[in-house]
Design a protein around this ligand. Structure first.
Ligand code: NDP
Length: 316
């Protein structure tokens, strides 16, 4: 069985930052990228709030830079999924990780940076039309709806961003907000309100995505008046938040009811020795690339200190 000092699970800003720090500390980190190398930022266009890029940068390009920087110091970046974890509770003992359901490796420290995934409404009709007009990523799929009317559901920054993005491709964007106000930041709300081809429908619930082979409209209801109507559209974009990718750690690591991993305040330490949680998998408050990167740094520094404390593996 391969044995490593430090294995990083996930390849977003948290994972790559952990990799840079761990590699420069000579921990020879191994990174498993997961199915979406680069993470959520690879589905974003302009990133304007990451310090160091005065003109902004495209998300996928930024993640390429992260990868190159991690590899420059010797990180072994591997395309693969960690499908099972058998964490030890004994300080200094190794943890066992299963890769792609078949290979087991030993890791003295594990840095979790598995991020989060987009949520869906859970409607049958939404599921049926997935990939046939239903999407959770305007940046990925918006191009297919060029010149067509679309609907976006959600009231946060993601929904505002997706609606604004789609408004440049589509003649009409209808934004469905379930409350009487959006919770997005003021600047994003203003941008949406000032875009002439975006119509915001407040107090509106989505009842059904209509269409046989492709989306033809959305049946909605005003939750104040009870009035139903059909919004004609060929695309339905869901932007209602994310779920942390932590299912494989259930029963082993402490997490909240949504699945966000719990860390000791001010640290990246989980309830188990040598297992550190970083990025969106443990952050439901900030969820920014820069905060994820910062916590990735914390995870690597803590892993390094932990390894200095337990120089040799203790028998499990
Ligand atoms: P949020 O959790 O902030 O917002 C989710 C939105 O979806 C809310 O308006 C919520 O409604 C709505 N919603 C949830 N479930 C349903 C449902 N079943 N039906 C209808 N509506 C529903 O998620 P975001 O992804 O928007 O943002 C997450 C974080 O990422 C935030 O901190 C945000 O600021 C940040 N972000 C920043 C960006 C930027 O700076 N460029 C871009 C994108 C995100 P309700 O309000 O009623 O609960």
């Amino acid at each position: 069985m391969e044995k490593h000092e430090c294995v990083i699970i996930g390849s977003g800003p948290a994972g790559y930052t952990a990799a840079v720090y761990a590699a420069r500390a000579d921990l020879k980190p191994i990174m498993y990228t997961g199915l979406e190398p680069g993470g959520q930022l690879t589905t974003t266009t302009d990133v304007e709030n990451f310090p160091g890029y005065p003109e902004g940068i495209m998300g996928p390009e930024m993640m390429e830079d992260f990868r190159k920087q991690a590899e420059r110091f010797g990180t072994d970046v591997r395309f693969g999924m960690v499908t099972k974890t058998e964490f030890s509770k004994i300080p200094g003992a190794s943890h066992i990780l299963t890769i792609d359901e078949n290979t087991k490796i030993e890791a003295r420290t594990v840095i979790i940076a598995t991020g989060a995934t987009a949520k869906y409404l859970g409607l049958e009709s939404e599921k049926k039309m997935m990939g046939h007009g239903v999407s959770a990523c305007a940046i990925c799929d918006g191009f297919f709806f060029k010149g067509k009317d679309v609907v976006v559901v959600g009231g946060g920054d993601s929904a505002a961003e997706e609606a604004t993005y789609l408004s440049k491709l589509c003649p009409k964007v209808t934004l469905l907000v379930r409350k009487d106000a959006m919770r997005a930041s003021q600047i994003m709300i203003k941008r949406v309100e000032n875009t002439p081809n975006i119509t915001i429908m407040y107090n509106t619930d989505t009842l059904e995505v209509l269409g046989e082979k492709t989306v033809s409209g959305v049946r909605v209801r005003n939750n104040q008046t009870g009035e139903e109507q059909i919004v004609e559209a060929e695309g339905f974009f869901v932007a209602i938040g994310h779920k942390p990718n932590t299912d494989i750690f259930k029963g082993q690591l402490d997490m909240d009811e949504v699945g966000y991993l719990k860390t000791k305040p001010g640290t990246a330490s989980t309830n188990l020795p040598g297992v550190f949680a970083t990025g969106d998998a443990q952050d439901k408050i900030y969820r920014q690339a820069i905060t994820a990167a910062g916590s990735g740094c914390m995870g690597a520094l803590e892993a390094e200190r932990y390894l200095s404390e337990y120089e040799e593996t203790v028998e499990a």
